[in-house]
Design a protein around this ligand. Structure first.
Ligand code: ADP
Length: 378
């Protein structure tokens, strides 16, 4: 289309055939055989810090400077337009730095497709640049995961293997009490492995947004008492846990197993990181029930309060065993219920965790008409 005096389109208005590329969420450019940028979508313009009109028509190597780790100019070294589009139709994903004139340098992943012209030569190159910082963080988190998992699995498995081997080889040389102690350790370590595997499954479900809740109207008081009982039968010293919940706490529309897991994680932490009493409380507010789990341990320094819910965060120098996944999972479980979790702490006076779970039920679920369920909700 010819530009006329009345035509408001800029001199480098993108050809209509590329209009659909503007809908892509990834920065995308089309470079012609001569090396000039033919099209730049708005995400690419944003990445480069200039309007598309200031990129289109310019040599790609200048408008979109790309460098590898060794500071080598990618356009110059690879000369991507020279290759035969029939033989090498795609450039597989690679990490590069884009160093725009008007925007901060960024790590990106580049993928590109060569569109053939007559004779198999490259007629155009469609380049897609994706910001890679998030991806790099994920890669780093993944390798943290692998190293934490290997470490956390190795120590209990080493002990399971060691004690079992010793018992099998020298059964008659140990007293009953010694054998009981070794088997108790093996039993505990096997539990640790099971727990860790459970945590990893939860983390991957939370990360993938695939946490499934089996919700119905739940009496949280019952859930909390059941959990306290369970802890007492498991660890005899857990007279330390005291639940003081107001009578007649409204039922919540929640997944009872997940709610139990939320309280178990917070209470087990409180038991682990303090010596005294651990108190569970609740207050009914306008639209939510606010639960608290408070201990009287050393507390959490202010600087760490924001980080404790992050995956793998453990306080520097923490000597008690753990993976740093518990609070991340707890937060994921609370948020899946539409709730919030946070912590407060006065050093040396203990830590207090708050969990707010929304009140109401059927309307949260979009259920309206089952009168028996509605009655139970009250
Ligand atoms: P883990 O206990 O496996 O390290 P969590 O995610 O449960 O992982 O907790 C993260 C960190 O937060 C812990 O390493 C600990 O330093 C701190 N923390 C959690 N709960 C408490 C508490 N009640 N008192 C003091 N510090 C705590």
């Amino acid at each position: 289309m010819m530009a006329t005096a009345m035509d408001p389109s800029p001199p480098h208005a993108p050809p209509d055939r590329y209009a659909a590329l503007d809908l892509l969420a990834d920065p995308t450019l089309v470079v012609g055989a001569g090396g000039l940028v033919e099209y730049c979508n708005s995400m690419a313009a944003r990445l480069l810090g200039v309007p598309p009109g200031q990129v289109i028509g310019r040599p790609a190597a200048q408008a979109v400077p790309l460098f590898d780790d060794a500071q080598a100019d990618w356009w110059e070294c690879v000369d991507p337009l020279r290759a035969d589009a029939g033989l090498l139709p795609r450039i597989p994903e690679l990490y590069l730095y884009v160093r725009p004139e008007r925007a901060p340098p960024r790590l990106v992943t580049l993928t590109a497709a060569r569109i053939p012209a007559a004779g198999g030569r490259t007629g155009r190159l469609v380049v897609s640049l994706r910001r890679a910082e998030r991806r790099q963080r994920l890669d780093a988190a993944r390798s943290d995961l692998v190293s934490t998992v290997s470490h956390e699995l190795r120590s209990p498995l080493t002990s399971v293997k060691g004690f079992t081997k010793t018992l099998l080889a020298k059964w008659d040389r140990f007293t009953d009490e010694q054998k009981r102690q070794m088997l108790a350790t093996v039993n505990e370590d096997a539990d640790r492995v099971t727990r860790l595997l459970g945590e990893l499954l939860d983390v991957s479900r939370i990360d993938a947004g695939r946490l499934q809740l089996q919700r119905h109207m739940v009496d949280v008081t019952e859930v909390v008492h059941r959990m306290v009982e369970r802890l007492r039968t498991r660890d005899s010293d857990d007279e330390r846990v005291v639940a003081v919940l107001p009578p007649g706490l409204p039922r919540l529309y929640a997944d009872p197993d997940k709610v139990e897991q939320i309280f178990t994680n917070l209470v087990e932490n409180a038991l682990k990181y303090s010596d005294g009493e651990v108190r569970i409380g609740a207050t009914v507010l306008d639209r939510s029930v606010l639960f608290t789990v408070a201990d009287r341990g050393a507390g959490i320094p202010m600087a760490h309060l924001d980080h404790i819910f992050t995956k793998f965060f453990r306080r520097p120098g923490e000597r008690r065993t753990g993976t740093g996944l518990g609070l991340f999972i707890t937060k994921g479980l609370v948020e899946a219920h539409g709730g919030r979790i946070w912590a407060e702490s006065v050093p040396d006076e203990g830590a207090r965790f708050f969990v707010s779970l929304p009140l109401g039920g059927l309307e949260l679920a979009g259920i309206g008409s089952d009168p028996s369920e509605a009655r139970r909700a009250l």
